[in-house]
Design a protein around this ligand. Structure first.
Ligand code: SAM
Length: 246
């Protein structure tokens, strides 16, 4: 009924020809593999949440995050890492996960932290700016770990600004899912480089939807290891330049 109403209104407003063209365009769009992939991804995300009684799916606009206006102006919206992407990333990293701490800058509701806990990282740390989103992440960690019978003490979600977080001194996999703008990215990269100088160690950066990748490329400390194109999103893997570790 709703469709018939919309159709009638459209024919009245723009004519039959334009209405048919609109329907055709929509059909072509819906048949596109990337559109289908997004739809399947949403279903997977919802299923993951339902299975464990958690809440990670969905998008939250910056205006709804309840964070100070100046911080909000540098922040990106909340949206979770696609379910299928994480396994793809770990595969492409080809590291011995046991030797690394996983660090998610802008960890949101903690989906990547939960997915990372399926691997053998020494510790899993998330840093999230928005207190309410971080609260959800902490609940999610608690519930998920109970459900899968995992010790939750090695998974933490810290409510803080990424720029204020002192990096752990272990080998690191540093994860960014397009969390913030160039200003914050620059500061965070500078912190990472300073931390490396103080304690030289292996570091990887995984940058998903890498809008400000030029900053990493130009940093001089990291080299591009792989450029990966998943059906849903592009991501880059950088590694600390081996010459800096000699
Ligand atoms: C696109 S979401 C990614 C969530 C999560 N990493 C994932 O992949 O499922 C980006 C997150 O970064 C957070 N964020 C933005 N600016 C931040 C900052 N300065 N410090 C810490 N977190 C920040 C946002 O609140 C948002 O939850």
């Amino acid at each position: 009924m709703k469709f018939i109403r919309k159709l009638t209104r459209s024919v009245k407003d723009v004519g039959l020809g334009a209405t048919l063209r609109k329907i055709l365009n929509r059909l072509v769009f819906e048949l596109k593999p990337s559109f289908q992939a997004h739809r399947i991804e949403k279903i997977r995300g919802r299923r993951f949440d339902r299975k464990y009684g958690i809440d990670t799916q969905g998008v939250i606009d910056v205006s709804e995050m309840n964070i100070p206006r100046d911080a909000a102006s540098h922040s990106c919206y909340y949206g979770p890492t696609p379910m299928t992407l994480f396994a793809d990333i770990v595969l492409n990293l080809s590291i011995n996960d046991k030797e690394f701490v996983f660090l998610d800058y802008g960890s949101g509701k903690g989906r990547t932290l939960l997915l990372a806990s399926n691997y053998r990282f020494q510790k899993i740390i998330g840093i999230e700016l928005a207190p309410r989103i971080n609260e959800t992440a902490c609940k999610n960690i608690d519930i998920y770990c109970k459900q899968v019978g995992r010790d939750s003490s090695e998974i933490v979600s810290i409510c803080a600004n990424a720029t204020d977080f002192p990096l752990p001194t272990e080998n690191l996999v540093i994860y960014f899912y397009n969390p913030f703008d160039e200003v914050i990215m620059r500061q965070v990269l500078s912190n990472i480089e300073k931390s490396f100088v103080e304690a030289p160690r292996m570091m990887y950066i995984v940058y998903v939807n890498p809008i400000h990748r030029k900053l990493v490329e130009d940093s001089g400390s990291f080299e591009l290891l792989k450029r990966c194109q998943n059906i849903l999103v592009e991501y880059f893997i950088f590694r600390i330049r081996p010459s800096l570790l000699e």
